[in-house]
Design a protein around this ligand. Structure first.
Ligand code: IMP
Ligand code: MG
Length: 182
């Protein structure tokens, strides 16, 4: 990937396609080991950002699993916080299921916190989180059990992550130029 083919709104590639694919394989291996004794793993992808990560992760798992999705409202383009709302619920009840929440990115942790509380109330057998990228913070806002990468506090796009619904299908994760979103 040469710099000349980077869209003009992006300043640099933070995580290459190769690094993502390698890390996703490692995470899948770790998850497959950790859940080796469960009957099946109930994967919950958070729409829309996690759809690509979940698709790749799930295909590297070597344990029985099912895939489901949940959708929440995003609070906008920048860091302004707002209440998280459930837009689309799971297809099945998750009582007694081993649930793994799969999320693209954790910033303030509000979204994951909301989802953890919501799903915890449904009495799953276990509930853990797998996040591809987390923005570096002094304190960890929510428990992340499987983490792909830690990144600086910048707006990133690609591999499912968007800015105003664009750049989701780039194979790498890149930094958006600050002048585009500020
Ligand atoms: P949080 O609730 O502050 O942790 O934010 C999580 C949600 O905000 C994610 O699920 C994303 O949808 C969105 N988000 C936060 N930072 C970024 C980013 O840098 N790029 C794209 N989406 C982001
Ligand atoms: Mg998201």
């Amino acid at each position: 990937m040469t710099l000349t083919s980077l869209p003009p709104q992006l300043s640099r590639i933070l995580i290459s396609e190769e690094a993502i694919q390698q890390r996703v394989r490692e995470l899948a291996q770790q998850i497959s080991n950790d859940y080796a004794s469960v009957e099946r793993l109930y994967l919950v992808g958070v729409l829309r950002g996690a759809f690509i990560f979940l698709a790749d992760l799930a295909r590297h798992l070597t344990i029985p699993h099912v895939v489901d999705f949940i959708a929440v409202s995003s609070y906008g383009k920048s860091a302004a916080s707002g209440a998280v709302r459930l837009l689309m619920d799971l297809r099945e009840p998750v009582e007694n299921q081993h649930v793994l929440l799969v999320e693209d990115i954790v910033d303030s942790g509000q979204t994951l916190d909301y989802l953890l509380h919501t799903l915890h109330g449904r009495r799953p057998a276990s509930l853990h989180t797998c996040v591809l990228v987390q923005k570096k913070r002094d304190s960890l806002p929510v428990p992340v059990n499987y983490l792909g990468f830690e990144i600086p506090d910048v707006w990133v796009v690609g591999y499912g992550l968007d800015y105003a619904d664009t750049f989701r299908t780039l194979p790498y994760i890149a930094e958006l130029k600050p002048e585009v979103y500020q």
